[in-house]
Ligand binder design. Structure first.
Ligand code: SF4
Ligand code: SF4
Length: 670
């Protein structure tokens, strides 16, 4: 058992010098390529991403090493995992052989790859090498035979996959030829190499050609491996590094939060004009994109034939980043070189088509955020160039004059409550909870019914609550997502002043958009509150026995997850629990439910814009709901309620489907 695997068997140990010389050159090429990318990222603005270190390491392990997100789709997940772990083991095995041959054996005459350890080592390496080959073949089959929509095939994909395949094949071939010559019995543990060796071994023959053939294959294997390493930092295979970095540096801020423009009064450029106006992490995002297309496959805008693909946005911005070129040597030079991105690299149509639904972020295996880039580019268009759709002008104007998107006088905001005995907060400490009605709940006739239902339920449960009446304003959510950060900040700060004046600590709202903003964004201005969406709140009241569904419901209902309640705030269960608790309700699900829910089409300010291109997003969602046996679609969002009901009417499905908010259904169940 004293024969161990030697790197330089048959090719002579003198080879180490040219081989390592070549290796050094390749490592320098690799480092140069990487340093160029790092230099690009460093042109971005600063952003602190070294908090939460244990969580970051956990993210790297579960999403990087163990492919937690990629494995949500078994075929691509498992094939990538096989390729990934295969190469990790092969790289580690090669490293151990290198350490033995060039250090421990050379300097101390110590050989550690021997005995039982060597047998296990041989088996494990062949096992993972085989897994890697199968992985590469499966990946290539998917890419070139199955051809999923989201994947486009560039030359670099082909070059990379061919290189990987040839590296693996020549590695096994080299091992097999060595075994065919040496044939020690214990090499049966290198089961793939042994099998290949058997193919070449002929008991009667001289086998004289085996040694030169081995030397050729050995060199080819080495050159291919070095070639691939050199290729990594100049191709999409850079994602081997950037994906891991992105998984490590990902944001742990609440998913639904859009960052403010800090010190807005002092800024010269609002939003992102040029690529360097992004932060370094946003630039790293661009290089981390593997082009896998998962974001695009789940994007409601893309799915409904709008001119927006999140993958394309990221890839186009990446081209902008790569185009920085030589003038990067000075930051000033870099700034001069790049043109404004909004309207050129990313078109205005793309930017205004985004509903900020977050499906792309949910799907992305490396946590690339598209919404932050879209909002930053919209901010540039709105605040620097005053370029936005006509409907958006009306939206801003209405908010500025009446604090709501409808052109309705602000003094009618509380008219829905006129005949109800609801307290309007006028002083500190009067109520336990503020019932934040929101603009839709205050002004839209259909949603006013929801507001009245919810107010009735709160009264029945004995909740001490009040409303702000005509003092309530828009929460600022939509203005921020439409790029009007000035307006958003003014609204947010005015609301916070009001909450402080009345000592508001706890807020209930029926609108996931208001909920998200109060919960995740008001803290940017020290507005910290206990915020409840009515789905959670009603469910708690039911569990505490403060609400009982004495009548119950006898309906088949499908629940539509609002993006801002579900994906952005992880509230999936309480609406379903509520519905299930209401008598003989039969709850069914659409194919796209929970984190894979399909947007209603109204988020990101789209509620206020015409949808003239492609299929209407709400029509698609209504079709999805109609494909279930449900007679009722339950929602927990005023935007969703409006969009889905409009969709039902447009499609003439009023006899087949009804749309209600949870609060209305629960009121019926009382
Ligand atoms: S947030 Fe939604 S609409 Fe916008 S790009 Fe992502 S998936 Fe598409
Ligand atoms: S952004 Fe993410 S999901 Fe989309 S193509 Fe790039 S890596 Fe894939």
């Amino acid at each position: 058992m004293d024969i161990t695997r030697e790197i330089f068997w048959n090719v002579g140990s003198w080879v180490r010098w040219p081989a390592y010389g070549l290796g050094l050159i390749v490592v320098l090429i690799f480092i140069y390529g990487l340093s160029k990318r790092i230099r690009h990222w460093r042109t971005g603005k600063p952003e602190y991403r070294l908090d939460n270190l244990p969580r970051r390491i956990g993210s790297l392990l579960s999403f990087g090493l163990f492919h937690k997100r990629i494995l949500r789709e078994p075929y691509p997940g498992i094939s990538h995992l096989m390729m990934f772990w295969g190469f990790i083991f092969l790289l580690f095995g090669t490293f151990l052989i290198f350490v033995q041959e060039d250090f421990t054996k050379l300097l101390f005459d110590v050989v550690f790859l021997k005995g039982t350890f060597y047998l296990i080592f041989s088996f494990v390496l062949d096992f993972f090498g085989l897994a890697a080959i199968i992985g590469v073949v499966l990946v290539a089959f998917r890419r070139y035979v199955i051809k999923p929509d989201g994947l486009d095939n560039k030359l670099e994909d082909l070059v990379g996959l061919v290189l990987l395949f040839l590296i693996l094949v020549t590695g096994f071939l080299s091992e097999g030829l060595r075994i065919a010559v040496t044939r020690p019995g214990f090499e049966k543990y290198s089961f793939v190499g042994w099998w290949i060796g058997e193919l070449f071994y002929s008991p009667g023959g001289s086998g004289a050609y085996l040694r030169p053939l081995h030397a050729i294959v050995w060199w080819v294997h080495l050159l291919l491996a070095l070639g691939f390493i050199g290729f990594i930092t100049y191709s999409k295979f850079l994602h081997m590094i950037t994906s891991a970095l992105n998984q490590f540096f990902r944001s742990f801020a609440p998913r639904g939060e859009v960052k403010p423009i800090d010190d807005i009064e002092d800024q010269e450029v609002f939003g992102v004009e040029k690529i360097q106006d992004f932060t370094w992490k946003q630039l790293l995002d661009l290089d981390a994109c593997t082009g896998c297309g998962r974001c695009q496959d789940n994007c409601p805008a893309y799915f409904s034939e709008k001119p927006l693909s999140p993958k394309k946005v990221i890839q186009d911005l990446k081209t902008g980043l790569s185009g920085l070129g030589k003038s990067l040597s000075t930051e000033e030079g870099a700034r001069e070189q790049a043109a404004p991105l909004a309207g050129t690299v990313v078109t205005e149509e793309e930017l205004w088509a985004c509903t900020t639904c977050g499906a792309c972020h949910e799907a992305c295996p490396v946590f690339i955020d598209v919404i932050d880039k879209v909002v930053d580019l919209r901010r540039y268009l709105v605040l620097m160039e005053s370029r936005f759709p006509q409907e958006v002008i009306n939206f801003f104007k209405n908010i500025e004059t009446n604090y709501n998107p409808w052109a309705i006088g602000f003094d009618t905001r509380a008219d829905w409550a006129k005949d109800l005995d609801i307290r309007t907060v006028t002083g500190e400490g009067e109520v336990d909870y503020l019932f934040w009605v929101g603009c839709a709940g205050s002004f839209d006739d259909r949603n006013k019914k929801v507001t009245r239902s919810l107010a009735g339920l709160l009264q029945k449960a004995g909740v001490n609550f009040g409303i702000l009446g005509t003092e309530e304003m828009c929460c600022g959510e939509t203005a921020r997502r439409l790029g009007n950060e000035y307006l958003a900040q003014i609204l947010m700060q005015q609301n916070i002043e009001l909450f402080t004046k009345y000592g508001i600590k706890k807020i209930i709202t029926a609108c996931p958009h208001c909920f998200n903003t109060f919960k995740n964004e008001y803290q940017q201005y020290d507005g910290r509150y206990e915020v409840y969406h009515h789905a959670d709140f009603l469910w708690e009241l039911f569990k505490e026995g403060k609400l009982n569904w004495s009548t119950g419901l006898d309906i088949t209902v499908v629940y539509h997850d609002s993006c801002y309640l579900g994906r952005h705030n992880n509230i999936y269960d309480s609406p379903r629990e509520l519905l299930a608790s209401a008598g003989s309700t039969r709850l069914v699900e659409m194919d796209r439910a929970r984190e894979w829910s399909y947007c209603c089409g109204a988020g990101g300010g789209r509620m206020w814009m015409e949808e003239t291109i492609g299929t209407k997003i709400n029509h698609i969602r209504v079709e999805q709901a109609a494909s279930t046996e449900a007679a009722v679609v339950a929602t927990a969002c005023p935007y969703c309620l409006t969009m889905l009901w409009d969709g039902v009417k447009d499609k003439g499905l009023e006899d087949r489907l009804e749309v209600f908010d949870l609060a209305e259904l629960m009121e019926m169940a009382l």
